[in-house]
Design a protein around this ligand. Structure first.
Ligand code: HPA
Length: 262
């Protein structure tokens, strides 16, 4: 077992990327400096979800130093909403102060179909839990009014416009999973103001804000949400469709990284 600091051996990225189901293709755009399985890293545990690898990559994308978490642990795996606290604290300890999260999600909007991408502007925590439950300090009272950093959002929106990549924007609603939603739940989600639904990301956003990181988050739409088409949902569709939107997201993220952050 080693600490992330030891694995990185002096490599100091300021930006970390978390790759969701089927989005591992983004790793191909990394010039790899180090590659460490989560099983060898203190504070990390491996996800057992197919379509997720479990390794931490240090390297550069378009010349910008990044830590790439290829795979995440979900709340639904062990019932632990704080499952990503160890990895995020480890990233913070090596100087990461910017977190770019990606996930696969179901769309509630007809115009944002499978293969499209959505920038998350806000979220609804519908899981009934929170990764900071049990945190004993007053730091647990994290404000989430500006959880999704506005200047990062603008940067990504500008880059998408220049690249002519349609970038939807909206509210992501976190359901615990691992089952998909029912059609009735999706009708409720629509009334609540959700544009996409998924089983991850929100706990990481909360933890990252707790740790003082700036956050940007994106959904790759892999399907229309439950009840919107005649089809039953399954993980196969997520894995099959994610690489399509994932390619657009890779292009967008690498362009923004190339331009750098001030
Ligand atoms: N619901 C929840 N999570 C998801 C979906 C969905 O429809 N698609 C991909 N991840």
């Amino acid at each position: 077992m080693k600490t992330l600091k030891e694995a990185f051996d002096g490599f100091q990225p300021e930006t970390a990327l978390v790759l969701g189901s089927g989005l591992g293709g983004l790793v191909d755009s990394v010039d790899v400096v180090s590659r460490t399985p989560y099983t060898e890293l203190e504070g990390f545990s491996a996800s057992a979800v197919s379509g997720h690898t479990a390794e931490l990559i240090g390297g550069t994308i378009a010349g910008h130093k990044v830590a790439v978490l290829s795979g995440r642990v979900h709340y639904y795996e062990q019932g632990d909403a704080a499952a990503m606290r160890g990895p995020l604290e480890a990233l913070k300890s090596v100087g990461v102060n910017r977190l770019i999260l990606t996930n696969s999600a179901g769309s509630l909007n007809e115009e944002a179909g499978p293969g499209s991408i959505m920038q998350i502007e806000d979220h609804i925590n519908f899981s009934g839990t929170n990764p900071l439950i049990g945190e004993p300090t007053d730091d647990r009272f994290v404000g989430l009014t500006t959880a999704y950093d506005e200047s990062l959002r603008e940067r990504f929106a500008d880059a998408a416009a220049r690249l002519q990549i349609p970038l939807h924007k909206g509210v992501y609603m976190w359901f615990s999973g691992p089952t998909f939603e029912t059609p009735a739940e999706i009708r409720m989600a629509r009334v609540f103001g959700a544009n996409a639904v998924g089983m991850s990301t929100v706990p990481e956003v909360i933890l990252a804000r707790f740790l003082g990181m700036d956050v940007a988050a994106f959904s790759v739409i892999t399907n229309y949400a439950a009840g919107m088409t005649g089809n039953e949902l399954g993980h196969g569709e997520t894995k099959e469709m994610a690489p399509k939107g994932g390619a657009l997201l890779t292009q967008l993220i690498s362009t923004v990284l190339e331009e750098g952050f001030q």
